[in-house]
Ligand binder design. Structure first.
Ligand SMILES: Cc1cc2nc3c(=O)[nH]c(=O)nc-3n(C[C@H](O)[C@H](O)[C@H](O)COP(=O)(O)OP(=O)(O)OC[C@H]3O[C@@H](n4cnc5c(N)ncnc54)[C@H](O)[C@@H]3O)c2cc1C
Length: 517
């Protein structure tokens, strides 16, 4: 019998309100299916989750081995959260280093017009979903991979792992010869599949960000709720769609440090990226304390903020261009009274106060955490691989790295040394920890001939192709600064971690979650 959990939609109960999702239709209980013996299959690797991480892992694993793989997802197709993304979203980063190693996403070209002019193309959600469909077709064509969509993976039972079809309730038992790969440990939390942590009373208009494009008729104004990249995207979309900034109110519980997109460019513009890394390391090496560090990172353009008068307490790798920052600064009605507690027809109650509202106001929920903050655990342990971050905020790259390491090494201790878990950042001071761990890992990789060669050919590695730019004096100078500051920066960051103080996570850290839900 399928568990009742296997039949519910993929609603995130960890970052939002506890309890069941509101149902829009009455559901008549299904007649009990006649119990059937579960089907049985065998495989080398059972990958739970066919999002960006599961697919990048599978792609890298089969590129370096003849392993047999079973890929299971409760969604109907590959691509994870991108299937439910808001329609106007684009990658924050260039497409040139997103996806899987074996297939290019987009055309690796630099936009010549529009808001992204001068930077590498960034795919839309529709392009990302189409890409992942083709990736899945490639994987299936390899003969090494089988995919089971609309299937919920359940806890391991006495006879092996099992997944249950969300359509028929039929169970399949999987005997796993090598590893179970948890590619949902950092499952993305998005407004479309999550219940907000606050309530809206009857009469108050509250919509998930996805529904902005479905609005018809006029509104007295728009209240965007959230501190992160989704809220920034919603504000930019409203502005680009002709809504005057005075009609937009932004409830921003925390201000964030952001990354400047100019320094996230690969390939022909990789000199910018290396220059950015070298400036960050120099700032870290020279910092006298935590405040001085952030002052230096801002002064050299590696961290940017929306409001120079407000000290950011958050850092979640959100990336913006200078043009986007200029647009967003046109919104002057920013409410900083903590998180929303509830929305009534005439007022919004927040943690630290209240602000009026009205029934013509559209409240746009952008409060989902996006990146899931979960405790670090060994990537390779006990017959299991838990896909996590190593290089900061590069989930596709990290999953491919782990896939390659799994295929090419035999000892878990060595594998864990090459892939130290590095939880997603949340607070400003997480910049210190995540940079330190990523930098240490990079030093280890560069001392390993096989991994150095892999890094140079991996399209998911944003820093590949440096060799083609060695004649550029800017690249030379950046590399000199980078190598001179790498070790001093790591040493200083380790010292600063101890002084960073307790993090203000604004309730966003999730507790340890069971492997299967
Ligand atoms: C708006 C937005 C923009 C972003 N832009 C970028 C970007 O530019 N660059 C970047 O690197 N990152 C970006 N990210 C981060 C993004 O989260 C990652 O890039 C990536 O898509 C995460 O993939 P994932 O596989 O870890 O998680 P998900 O996409 O959440 O995939 C996990 C999958 O596991 C499945 N699953 C969970 N539990 C089970 C179960 N029990 N049984 C079966 N299946 C299960 C889920 O259905 C889901 O499909 C962005 C995120 C958001 C929200």
């Amino acid at each position: 019998m399928p568990s009742s959990d296997a039949l519910t939609p993929p609603v995130d109960r960890q970052n939002g309100r506890d309890g069941p999702a509101p149902r829009t239709h009455a559901v008549r209980p299904a007649p009990s299916p006649v119990p059937k013996a579960p089907a049985r299959i065998e495989t080398d690797y059972l990958i739970v989750g066919a999002g960006a991480a599961g697919l990048a892992f599978a792609d890298a694993l089969i590129a370096a081995s003849d392993a047999d793989v079973v890929l299971v997802d409760r969604r109907h197709g590959p691509g994870g959260h991108w299937n439910d993304a808001y329609p106007f979203v684009r990658l924050h980063q260039p497409s040139a280093y997103y996806g899987v190693n074996s297939r290019i996403l987009g055309r690796d070209s630099i936009d010549s017009a529009g808001p992204n002019a001068g930077f590498y193309q960034r795919a839309t959600a529709a392009e990302v979903c189409d890409y992942y469909q083709r990736v899945l077709e490639d994987l299936l064509a390899s003969g090494q991979v089988r995919f089971f969509g609309m299937s919920d993976c359940a806890r391991e039972g006495p006879d092996g792992h099992r997944f249950v079809s969300r359509l028929t309730g039929e169970a399949t038992t999987v005997r796993v010869r090598r590893r179970v790969v948890d590619a949902r440990y950092l499952e993305t939390s998005i407004p479309a599949t999550r219940i907000p942590s606050y309530r809206a009373e009857p009469g108050a208009r509250l919509i998930p960000v996805n529904d902005l494009v479905r609005l018809a008729g006029s509104a007295s104004g728009y209240t965007v709720i959230g501190s992160g990249k989704t809220a920034m995207d919603a504000c930019l979309w409203l502005l680009d769609s002709g809504v005057p900034p005075e009609m937009i109110r932004w409830i921003r519980p925390r201000d964030a440090w952001l990354l400047d997109r100019a320094y996230q460019q690969p390939l022909d513009l990789v000199t910018w990226l290396i220059e950015g890394v070298s400036l960050s390391l120099e700032a870290a090496a020279q910092a006298e304390d935590v405040d001085d560090l952030f002052g230096r990172l801002e002064a050299c353009g590696q961290l940017v903020r929306l409001d120079p008068a407000v000290e950011p307490t958050m850092y979640r790798c959100a990336t913006a261009s200078q043009d986007e920052l200029a647009s967003l600064r046109r919104i002057e009605n920013v409410v900083r009274l903590g998180r929303v507690v509830h929305i009534a027809a005439d007022g919004i109650v927040l943690e630290k106060g209240s602000t009026p509202t009205d029934t013509g106001q559209v409240h746009v929920d952008c409060s989902a955490a996006g990146l899931r903050i979960a405790p670090a655990r060994p990537v390779f342990a006990d017959g299991r691989i838990t896909l996590q971050q190593v290089r900061t905020c590069q989930p596709a790259f990290n999953a491919a790295l782990i896939g390659h390491v799994e295929a090419s090494r035999h000892d878990d201790t060595e594998k864990n040394l090459l892939c130290p878990p590095n939880p997603y950042p949340d607070t400003a001071t997480d910049w210190i920890t995540t940079t330190c761990t990523a930098q240490r890992a990079l030093t280890t990789w560069l001392g390993d001939a096989d991994l150095s060669a892999w890094l140079e050919r991996a399209r998911l590695n944003a820093a590949r192709g440096i060799g083609a730019h060695l004649a550029d004096p800017r690249m030379k100078s950046a590399l000199t600064r980078m190598f001179a500051n790498a070790e001093p920066a790591i040493t200083k960051l380790e010292a600063l971690q101890a002084h960073a103080g307790p993090p203000d996570r604004g309730h966003q850290r999730t507790s340890a979650t069971p492997i299967w839900r």
